[in-house]
Design a protein. Structure first.
Length: 85
């Protein structure tokens, strides 16, 4: 596996005390969950027809909410790690 050096440096800086492996594992879990959600959407479309624009907008809004929650938790962990230092 090859990761561009500039991206790797950014990730190492973000990962800080958690470590690169923990950061990558979390990112892979996040990606896996999104992939599974996409598989579910595809299956549901096969079973029940295409997703409407309203349904798609609601799903995107929900994903954005999940992303925001992820960012809040990440920021909280970062703050707590700073407080502990």
């Amino acid at each position: 596996m090859t990761i561009p050096e500039d991206l790797l440096e950014e990730i190492r800086a973000e990962a800080a005390e958690r470590g690169l492996s923990a950061y990558v594992a979390e990112a892979l879990r996040f990606k896996r969950d999104r992939d599974r959600l996409l598989e579910l959407v595809n299956w549901l479309e096969e079973e029940y027809g295409p997703v409407t624009d309203d349904e798609r907008a609601a799903a995107i809004e929900e994903l954005e909410d999940l992303d925001a929650e992820h960012e809040r938790r990440h920021a909280r962990r970062k703050r707590n790690a700073g407080d502990a230092a």
